[in-house]
Design a protein around this ligand. Structure first.
Ligand SMILES: [Cu+2]
Length: 409
């Protein structure tokens, strides 16, 4: 209810402001015209309106639909990312039906390799769901998701498996959705077979030919817009022989959120397609919201850890780094079977790409995951891995000052 109230309050305040401006402006023009009415004044007014129309027409042309942002022209192969006014009406007329999700962030702890080495038939069922949840405390968004979390479920299959994937679009959705998995060999990565209307289900089968860690995402036009609402996740295709055994595995995905209001503005937020086209993100998140993986990643001294780190984008490359750790091994761009990198500080993770990093924990403490384009810390791109256990003074010997000012550095 608070979200609706804050949005109406926002519109009402804008409406009252506009009404005052129009009223006073009209009074001013009326007074001027009554006193100064003449052919010259008529010409001056005509030219003023003609010039104003020209000024608006030159950059924007005549808008075909009433949509937000007004007059946005794009050149993609299908629908642009604008928000048509009719969608706003259908959103508010269906406002009550959206599920409220307390925490949109997918759980990062995904420890557990596939036990078998047999080739299998794997059933995967995913539901596309549009829900309401918070980007930050008091800042609400209409997320579009796979299974109600961001990122969507961590899918895990084995090289050679035949995967039967069914995508259902929840009854309460207002939009069509689909799924393109980068692990699929075939047109659209599966998107051509899974374009589902609200209430509909479609399925397809694919063989997981190539081992690696792959992004999946909704590919219904406008694709960037669907991804910016939260429709991305990852599928791990374990190699036939399996990945090296580790004690802990974590699932973290970076994403960008382009709200129309500035970062920190409370209430219900609308995605601003103009900002998205410019790459001007207000929030940059790990697992869908500010603090999405905090208090959820724990390990012990002596553990080996693997992080499956992906980037949903839609615009920026992530410079993934863990403060106070060195990646013993990086699978660059999540390549499995290729050259491994050893002893890496920061690894580049492209939009729509991933990396796997492994390291051993030697010293207890809090380790902060960041995009080392560090201004993004302030937009939300950080998380905490908490390590408990015995001190190891042979490796790190220091008196920790609890009052030291720090961003983790
Ligand atoms: Cu979608």
């Amino acid at each position: 209810m608070f979200e609706l109230f804050s949005f109406i309050q926002y519109l009402l305040l804008q409406g009252v402001g506009l009404a005052i401006a129009i009223g006073v402006g009209g009074l001013f023009i009326f007074t001027v015209l009554r006193k100064l009415h003449s052919p010259a004044m008529t010409w001056a007014l005509f030219l003023f309106f003609f010039g104003t129309c020209l000024f608006l027409y030159v950059p924007m042309g005549v808008p075909q639909t009433i949509s937000f942002p007004f007059g946005l022209k794009t050149y993609g192969p299908s629908d642009g990312p604008w928000l048509p006014l009719k969608n706003v009406f259908s959103f508010f007329s269906h406002f009550k039906q959206f599920e409220r999700v307390a925490d949109i962030a997918a759980l990062p702890d995904v420890t557990g390799a596939i036990a078998t080495t047999e080739e299998r038939e794997v059933e995967i069922r995913i539901t596309a769901k549009e829900v309401l949840s918070e980007i930050a405390p008091g800042v609400t968004m209409n997320y579009w998701t796979f299974d109600g979390t961001v990122p969507g479920p961590f899918l895990r299959v084995r090289e050679g498996d035949m995967v039967h994937l069914t995508l259902t679009n929840d009854q309460t959705s207002l939009h069509h959705h689909s799924i393109d998995l980068h692990a699929v060999t075939g047109p659209g990565g599966g998107a051509v077979a899974t374009n589902v209307a609200p209430g509909e289900s479609k399925d397809f089968r694919f063989r997981a030919l190539n081992p690696g860690l792959y992004v999946y995402h909704c590919a219904h036009p406008n694709v960037a817009n669907h991804m910016a609402h939260g429709m991305y996740g990852m599928i791990l295709v374990e190699p036939k022989e399996g990945l090296p055994k580790v004690d802990k595995e974590f699932y973290v995905m970076q994403g960008e959120i382009y709200t129309s209001e500035k970062m920190g503005a409370k209430g219900l937020q609308v995605i601003d397609a103009g900002k998205m086209l410019s790459g001007d993100a207000e929030y940059i998140t790990f697992n869908g919201r500010v603090g999405g993986v905090n208090d959820k990643m724990t390990a012990k001294v002596g553990d080996t850890v693997r992080i499956y780190f992906g980037n949903g984008g839609v615009n920026h490359i992530s410079s993934f780094h863990v403060i106070g750790e060195i990646f013993d091994t990086v699978y660059p761009e999540a390549s499995v079977g290729g050259t491994l990198f050893k002893n890496v500080q920061t690894t580049a993770v492209p939009a729509g790409g991933a990396a796997m990093v492994e390291f051993k924990l030697d010293v207890p403490g809090k380790y902060i995951l960041v995009d080392h384009a560090l201004a993004r810390l302030d937009r939300g791109a950080w998380g905490v891995l908490e390590v408990t256990g015995e001190e190891n003074k042979d490796i790190f010997d220091a008196k920790i000052d609890p009052n030291a000012p720090s961003d983790g550095h």
